[in-house]
Design a protein around this ligand. Structure first.
Ligand code: FES
Length: 94
């Protein structure tokens, strides 16, 4: 059984506890949150490569521009939303 923690972030307002040093992707996955909204190209955002290569794990932190969840350390009080939910972001295919 994992040790209790007092650290919490929020996925669509759902509190998710975490341990310092975990990435956002690790926290969401361990919390049973596997679908992270729509991704670029109509795909489902999720934890895939884990090394910042595929961009499948983009999420917004506190309403700002998307970050790679697999590379971004979790921080207490973060408010996460699907990357395209707050979309003032304009995606273009090149
Ligand atoms: S899982 Fe591929 S960039 Fe994060």
């Amino acid at each position: 059984m994992p040790a209790p923690t007092s650290h919490t972030l929020y996925w669509n307002q759902l509190p998710v506890p975490f341990h310092p040093g975990e990435t956002i992707a690790a926290v969401l996955s361990r919390g049973g949150i596997r679908q992270w909204g729509e991704a670029v190209g109509g795909l489902q955002a999720r934890y895939f490569c884990g090394i910042g290569n595929c961009q499948a794990c983009l999420v917004c932190v506190d309403g700002a521009s998307p970050v790679e969840a697999c590379l971004t350390p979790a921080q207490d009080g973060m408010r996460l939303t699907p990357a395209l939910a707050t979309s003032d972001v304009v995606w273009s295919a090149r």
